[in-house]
Ligand binder design. Structure first.
Ligand SMILES: [Zn+2]
Length: 676
């Protein structure tokens, strides 16, 4: 078969030939590329020469180029422009890829070569980047169980498999309890306070379930506005209790046993690999690379934000009483009175701002910002093949005139696109045999479409989302590394959000907003008063929110720093871990751990702190920018040279210190969030 995925890509900049690729091409292309990657592995592991960095570690990083090209097209399209057939192909291919990657990790001859290189790492004359690559590869094998003896290896495999099943089961239980609940209202007076759009959605939900009236559910688009706006206290209480008791009913969907089982198995797994606890194992390659660092960080932020949290709590309580609330406010009153207080203080909403945030203006402003800060020039090129006619493409060049990357942007929602926004790539940057391969970067979003009468007018959060994803894109575009596994956004998980969150800061700067945010009809520049409201409302209840998030961080760390198995009562364990961040009394029948999907279902175990960690970093970095003026070219050059170009070629703390001249402190974060 003539398969465009396997042929040389005869397109501008060797971009994927989307116009030629059909769904039937993927499976044979993956099969063929796995075969050739397998041959490459064999060549490395059976090399008669003694193992060294170049013939083992660097060689390993170069294998499977074609497999990478094919799978990135497949996975990217399955997120951005999918259909039933493509989903089926992806489902079929995923286990094949997992098997292939397990075959590599458990290849003993290959691992013994890697170990040889690792054992002699200090005398091999490696540079920092090479050391980082060696550690990364070695760690992947070690955490995959490669270094264990037969007996331990078999227990390791048992635990890994059981853990992956338990996580799936955990999520299934939460989902089925989420779906099982419905709140059917039939009396119109019960809808008091709810916005029109929310009521309309509830009415459609009722119809689709063959019910009269309105149905509210525990899914976010229904639950969140209900808790914020419903005037009916008893109803809010009912919704709250249903939400916080998911997978905690003592029935077949209960997660209590799963929580302790997962925590205990994670402990055992980390012990087998020689670590004291699971956190220690996970944090090894993070910026906060020890449990002590993470716990100290959480404590420090907690001490600093507690007084502001207390103030927020008292202010909402006082506001509630002034507005007719009887007795003590409970948890189910918090969102309701907070929203009312916010509205009364700042009187700002999206409808006022949107006319100033026209997508075309923002696109130009963001590209100009990259030119202004880093000298990047973007030139539109509509000859580059795209997977949908709405996708826009640019060539990016550096201030030295050299080609940097291709940038794709895909703005609007379509039925075949996942929700949310993300940055991804079709090819990563690397240097091969002295030749530099430049990356193909893509931003995918779901922004408000233009209508017949209006251009695309964005909400403020869409503006920050665009900046955020563009920050990740710059990390990809500007990278200059030798090895693919270290280039671009291939950095520690608690460091990767620095370049993206950093860019969001510009959305609050008058100097930048006034350059482009003009009313789409009148051409009037956004008034100072509106900018001021944006800034002030951004810090509203930040103390309380920060404290709450820290509570989740403490809980995550408590479950993953166990050094002895627990048989504890999950509720007591949780209450103890979160005690210092609580303002409300415990609500009987509610539990967080049993529905904490981030840490028991997904990949955030011992990583929840990372949300706040990244905020501290980006605030500290942006403050440095502000000191010399937000467009200062020297600061920008340093951020580029020390962070955006460097990928994961050095430890994140070293990169940060080279940029900032010192380690980050929490001061800028506290100031920005109004917690000082
Ligand atoms: Zn991000």
């Amino acid at each position: 078969m003539n398969n465009p995925l396997l042929n040389k890509w005869n397109t501008p900049f060797e971009t994927p030939p989307f116009h030629l690729i059909k769904t039937v091409h993927y499976s044979p292309a993956v099969e063929e590329s796995i075969k050739s990657a397998g041959e490459e592995i064999k060549t490395i592991s059976e090399n008669p020469e003694p193992a060294d960095f170049e013939n083992t570690i660097a060689a390993l990083d170069r294998i499977g180029e074609r497999l990478g090209n094919v799978t990135s097209v497949l996975f990217n399209l399955n997120s951005a422009e999918t259909n039933k057939d493509l989903q089926e192909v992806t489902r079929d291919i995923s286990p094949v890829l997992t098997r292939f990657s397990n075959d590599i990790t458990l290849n003993e001859t290959l691992f013994s070569r890697i170990k040889t290189v690792h054992d002699s790492r200090d005398s091999a004359g490696l540079n920092t980047e090479q050391k980082m690559l060696l550690e990364k590869k070695y760690r992947n094998f070690i955490l995959g169980g490669a270094g264990l003896g037969e007996e331990k290896k078999s227990r390791f495999r048992e635990i890994s498999e059981e853990l992956s099943q338990l996580s799936v089961k955990f999520e299934e239980n939460v989902l089925s309890d989420t779906n099982a609940f419905e709140f059917n209202l039939t009396d119109e007076t019960d809808l008091a306070g709810l916005p029109e759009g929310v009521v309309e959605m509830a009415s459609m939900e009722a119809k689709s379930r063959g019910k009269k009236g309105w149905v509210f559910t525990l899914h976010f688009p229904s639950y969140v506005p209900f808790m914020k706006y419903s005037e009916k206290r008893e109803h809010r209480k009912k919704m709250f209790k249903a939400y916080t008791s998911r997978a905690f009913h003592g029935d077949g969907n209960d997660n209590k046993k799963l929580v302790t089982k997962i925590a205990n198995l994670r402990l055992e797994l980390s012990n087998i690999l020689g670590f004291n606890n699971f956190s220690e194992m996970i944090l090894g390659d993070r910026m906060a690379d020890t449990t002590t660092k993470v716990l100290t960080f959480l404590d420090e932020l907690h001490c600093a934000s507690k007084p502001a949290a207390q103030r927020d709590f008292e202010a909402v309580k006082k506001f509630a009483v002034e507005n007719g609330h009887k007795g003590k406010p409970e948890r189910w009153d918090w969102d309701f009175y907070s929203e009312k207080l916010r509205k009364s203080r700042y009187d700002i909403d999206d409808e006022v701002l949107k006319p100033y945030f026209r997508l075309e203006n923002l696109e130009k402003a963001i590209l100009d910002l990259a030119t202004n800060l880093y000298g990047i020039r973007f030139i539109a090129n509509n000859q580059i093949p795209v997977y949908h006619s709405e996708v826009k493409t640019w060539e990016a060049f550096g201030d030295d005139g050299l080609f940097l990357a291709i940038l794709y942007i895909d703005y609007f929602p379509r039925p075949g696109k996942n929700g949310g926004a993300w940055m991804t790539s079709y090819r990563e940057q690397k240097t091969e045999a002295g030749k530099e391969i430049r990356p193909l970067i893509s931003i995918v979003a779901n922004f408000t479409r233009p209508t017949e009468t209006k251009p695309s007018l964005l909400s403020f959060s869409e503006v920050t989302t665009f900046l955020h994803e563009f920050g990740h894109a710059l990390h990809g575009i500007l990278t200059r590394c030798n090895y693919e596994s270290l280039s671009g956004t291939n950095v520690a998980r608690d460091f990767v959000e620095l370049p993206s969150q950093f860019m969001e800061n510009f959305a609050y700067e008058k100097e930048w907003l006034s350059q482009w945010a003009v009313h789409y009809r009148t051409g009037e520049i956004i008034p100072d008063e509106l900018i001021e409201k944006i800034r002030l409302s951004a810090t509203f209840n930040e103390g309380y929110a920060c404290n709450r998030q820290l509570g989740f961080g403490f809980l995550d760390m408590a479950w993953h720093t166990l050094t002895r198995p627990v048989s504890d009562n999950v509720s007591e364990f949780e209450a103890e871990a979160m005690a210092k961040t609580e303002f409300f009394p415990h609500v009987e029948g509610s539990n967080i751990s049993c529905s904490f999907g981030h840490i028991f279902g997904g990949g955030y175990a011992s990583g929840y702190y990372g949300y706040k960690w990244a905020e501290v970093l980006d605030a500290d970095a942006f403050k440095y920018f502000k000191e010399a003026g937000i467009f200062n070219s020297e600061t920008a050059a340093s951020f580029r040279k020390n962070i955006l170009e460097k990928g994961g070629t050095d430890k994140p703390m070293n990169l940060y210190k080279s940029f900032r001249g010192r380690e980050p402190t929490i001061d800028a974060f506290l100031e920005r969030s109004g917690l000082k």
